[in-house]
Design a protein around this ligand. Structure first.
Ligand code: SAM
Length: 330
C-alpha cells in the first residue's frame, strides 16, 4: 500500500501533534499572552490518535514523529508510544521535543519504542535562551540532551533556528558543541508560519549565509554529503578537515517541495497536507461520526490527492490565524 499524491510523490511520513501546550514560550513560535488553546473536547483522545496512526500505517505511512506543543506534556504519552511502537508496518517512531522533560522520560521513551529524538536548541547562552523562550532554563535542556544520548535515542538531532541579531553569532559554537557531544546538528531558516513566525520575518537568514558563516569560522570548505542521513529535507555538508557534518533546512531560500514526503495531523484531528497552506481535512468529525476504518482510509486517500504542489510562504495573505506552528508541530 502507498499514499501517492497527484504529483507522484509518495507520502510515507506523518507528524502528529499530540498537544498544543508547551512548557516553553519561544517568541518565533508562539505569540505571548493571547494564545487560545483548543478545548479538551476538541482534542483527539489517545485512543483516537492510536487508531488514526494505525490506519495511516496500513495506508503506507512508515515513519511517525510525535510533536506538539511539547509532546511530553501529554498525559499517558508512554501508553500511546507503546501502542504505536508495536504497529507492524511502522519503520520508525521518533519525537520532537524541547528536552526539558527528557531527564525524566528518555529511558522510558526508549523502552516504550521511540528510536530517536529531535531536540530544539537555538543557543548555548543561558541569557539568550531565557529571552528567546521567555523564561526557560538552558541547563535543563542540556541535561535532557545528555540523558537522551545516554538512553541511546540515537542519533540525537539538534535543530537550531538561526536568527539575525539573536543567535547568529553562535553558529560556530553550536557546531563545536554538537561535535563534542556526538549530535547531528541542523540549522533551520525561520518560517513565516503563524502569527509569531510572521512577526520574526526580519530575523530571517538564508541557509547560504549560514554556510558562509561556518566556512569563515572554521576556515574550511564544505563538501556535500551524498550518503542519506534520515528521511527529511536537510542538506548535509562535511566541514573539511574536521569530523563534523552539519545540515541545513532551507524551507524558504531553496525549497524542497518536489521531494516532500510528509503531512501533519494536528492535536484536534486536522490533516494538514502542507506547512505552507491552510487547507486541512477534518478527520476528528469523521471519526466521531462513527466512520469505519475503510471510510477513514478513503477520506485520507482523497485528501492526499489534493496535497499542494508547493508551499506559499511568500504569499503573505495565505497563512492566517488558524495556521499556528504550535498546532502544526514544526
Ligand atoms: N516542543 C517541540 C520542540 O521544541 O521541538 C516540538 C514542537 S516545535 C513547534 C517544533 C519545531 O518547530 C522546533 O524545532 C521549532 O524550532 C520549530 N519552529 C517553530 N516556529 C518556527 C518558525 N517560525 N520557523 C522555523 N521553525 C520554527
Amino acid at each position: 500500500m502507498a499514499l501517492i499524491d497527484s504529483f507522484g510523490r509518495t507520502i510515507h511520513y506523518l507528524r502528529v501533534s499530540i498537544t498544543d501546550r508547551c512548557n516553553l514560550n519561544c517568541d518565533y513560535c508562539r505569540i505571548d499572552g493571547n494564545e487560545i488553546l483548543p478545548n479538551n473536547d476538541k482534542l483527539l483522545t489517545l485512543e483516537e490518535i492510536g487508531r488514526l496512526i494505525r490506519i495511516f500505517t496500513e495506508l503506507g505511512i512508515e515513519r511517525i514523529r510525535l510533536t506538539g506543543g511539547e509532546p511530553l506534556l501529554r498525559k499517558n504519552i508512554l501508553t500511546l508510544i507503546k501502542e504505536i511502537g508495536s504497529l507492524p508496518h511502522l519503520q520508525e517512531l521518533s519525537l520532537s521535543t524541547n528536552a526539558l522533560l527528557l531527564k525524566r522520560y528518555a529511558h522510558d521513551l526508549k523502552k516504550a519504542g521511540v528510536s530517536r529524538v529531535n531536540i530544539s536548541l537555538d543557543t548555548l547562552n543561558p541569557k539568550t535562551f531565557n529571552t528567546i523562550t521567555r523564561g526557560g532554563k538552558l541547563q535543563k535542556v542540556l541535561d535532557g540532551i545528555s540523558t537522551a544520548v545516554e538512553a541511546g535515542l540515537h542519533p540525537v538531532k539538534i535543530n537550531m533556528v538561526v536568527m539575525k541579531g539573536v543567535n547568529d553569532n553562535e553558529v560556530g559554537d553550536m557546531v563545536e558543541y554538537a561535535r563534542t557531544h556526538g549530535l547531528i546538528l541542523r540549522f533551520i531558516e525561520t518560517m513565516p508560519v503563524g502569527d509569531a513566525g510572521k512577526q520574526v520575518s526580519a530575523r530571517y537568514i538564508p541557509a547560504e549565509e549560514i554556510l558562509t558563516m561556518i566556512k569563515e569560522r572554521f576556515a574550511a570548505e564544505l563538501i556535500p554529503v551524498h550518503q542519506k542521513i534520515g528521511s527529511g529535507p536537510a542538506r548535509y555538508y562535511q566541514i573539511v578537515g574536521t569530523k563534523a557534518n552539519i545540515g541545513v533546512i532551507s524551507a524558504r531560500s531553496r525549497h524542497f517541495c518536489d521531494t516532500c514526503n510528509r503531512m501533519r495531523l494536528t492535536s484536534t484531528g486536522q490533516l494538514v497536507l502542507c506547512l505552507g497552506h491552510e487547507d486541512r481535512k477534518d478527520l476528528r468529525t469523521t471519526i466521531r461520526e462513527g466512520a469505519t476504518d475503510v471510510q477513514l482510509k478513503e477520506q485520507i486517500q482523497e485528501a492526499v490527492y489534493l496535497k499542494p504542489e508547493s508551499h506559499q510562504f511568500d504569499n503573505k495573505d495565505i497563512l492566517g490565524a488558524t495556521h499556528q506552528m504550535t498546532a502544526l508541530g514544526g
